[in-house]
Design a binder for this molecule. Structure first.
Ligand SMILES: CC(C)(COP(=O)(O)OP(=O)(O)OC[C@H]1O[C@@H](n2cnc3c(N)ncnc32)[C@H](O)[C@@H]1OP(=O)(O)O)[C@@H](O)C(=O)NCCC(=O)NCCS
Length: 144
């Protein structure tokens, strides 16, 4: 299938993206609450949040980030009914192109523990597994 990939539009896509993410990711951490994540990304205004559409229906998402040093890929998801039709790969390539256009030289991403099988999706799309220790720290003052 050849989906339309377009910039996320809050009015058109917010509710559908929240439903998709809740179904696909089932977030537990406060800082990953879909509404908060979407609002923060829109507030930041980098335009690096995209959806795949089948007609008006959101069937996939990808969020990217660029900080002047590395590009990052987040929240790539395809509706279960639409998987294995290269929609995920198309979303990933679209985000890569957008990052490249703004000067990004290298993209990083993380795979959560328990989701190791998805490594094959990224390997199939030209990524390499890099041995790193991934660390994080929450800043609670910014988490609603
Ligand atoms: C990962 C995901 C986005 C892939 O979407 P998709 O549209 O089905 O992927 P594609 O059709 O572009 O797959 C391309 C190739 O990647 C591999 N692949 C795709 N999904 C995979 C998965 N879940 N596990 C392992 N390999 C996968 C396959 O080799 C596939 O090629 P094939 O169909 O010829 O076998 C989708 O499975 C998804 O939404 N998963 C849940 C959310 C998630 O885990 N996101 C990643 C967070 S790090």
């Amino acid at each position: 299938m050849n989906p339309l990939i377009t910039a996320f539009d809050a009015q058109l896509h917010r509710d559908q993206v929240i439903s998709l993410w809740q179904a696909v990711f089932g977030y537990e951490a406060d800082h990953n609450a879909p509404l908060l994540v979407i609002d923060k990304k829109l507030e930041f205004g980098d335009g690096l949040f995209f959806v795949a559409l089948d007609d008006q229906a959101v069937i996939g998402t990808v969020m990217a980030g660029y900080d002047g040093h590395r590009g990052w890929i987040y929240s790539i998801a395809v509706s279960p009914n639409y998987r294995k039709q290269r929609i995920g790969s198309t979303l990933l390539a679209f985000a890569e192109r957008k990052l490249s256009e703004i000067g990004c030289m290298k993209i990083n991403l993380q795979i959560m523990e328990g989701n190791e099988a998805v490594e094959n999706f990224y390997l199939a799309n030209g990524y390499h597994t890099e041995k790193r220790i991934s660390m994080g720290k929450r800043l609670p003052e910014n988490i609603a």
